[in-house]
Design a binder for this molecule. Structure first.
Ligand code: SF4
Ligand code: SF4
Length: 178
């Protein structure tokens, strides 16, 4: 008897839910004519951004490529006069990418960022291999302010060690010994 009551109760709840929705105004979004704006943190198409001075943010440190669980990022590092590193070439195979966002998390310079652009379907699988020219954009993406070399703690044109934002002068480590 108890089981029968439980079953009737469950049925009633189910029908009540259906009945409630019968009188709701339908919400129909005519995709692709209407494209719902996605949150800025949605994880889709990846870009390489620039710092506020317009320079490439990527310093070819390989961290994104090391952390990528499907090994779809590859690059070759090079150095400009003055010692600033950059990626000579940078490649992402979007046919393998699972849009986990680990690369963005690992990036120390805020260079690599995932965007909400999810419409990325193609017939030719080889066209999912994006080169640096396809990835590099002319803006800062989500992170408008950050400029790695102003925080980096390295001697550069922007400042010597200890002169960067929120940075203290280097200490003589021997002075810390007991
Ligand atoms: S989002 Fe994930 S899978 Fe895609 S490139 Fe970044 S780390 Fe690799
Ligand atoms: S995108 Fe970021 S993590 Fe990847 S190599 Fe460039 S600086 Fe390093």
């Amino acid at each position: 008897m108890k089981d029968a009551i439980e079953a009737v109760k469950a049925l009633a709840i189910g029908f009540a839910t259906t009945f409630k929705h019968l009188f709701r105004k339908p919400i129909t979004e005519e995709y692709p004519e209407y494209k719902r704006p996605l949150p800025a943190r949605s994880r889709a198409r990846i870009i390489l951004t620039r710092d506020p001075d317009g320079a490439e943010r990527c310093v070819a440190c390989y961290l994104c490529s090391a952390v990528c669980p499907v090994s779809c990022i590859s690059m070759q590092s090079a150095e400009k006069e003055g010692g600033r590193r950059y990626a000579q070439w940078f490649r992402i195979n979007f046919a393998r990418c699972i849009y986990c966002g680990f690369c963005e998390e690992a990036c120390p310079t805020s260079a690599i960022q995932l965007t909400p652009q999810f419409e990325n379907c193609k017939n030719d699988i080889l066209s999912f291999v994006y080169e640096k020219k396809d990835l590099l954009v002319d803006h800062q993406g989500k992170d408008k302010e950050y400029n790695f070399y102003k925080y980096a703690g390295v001697a550069t044109d922007v400042g010597q060690k200890g002169e960067h934002i929120k940075e203290e002068r280097p200490v003589n480590i021997k002075s810390n010994l007991p």
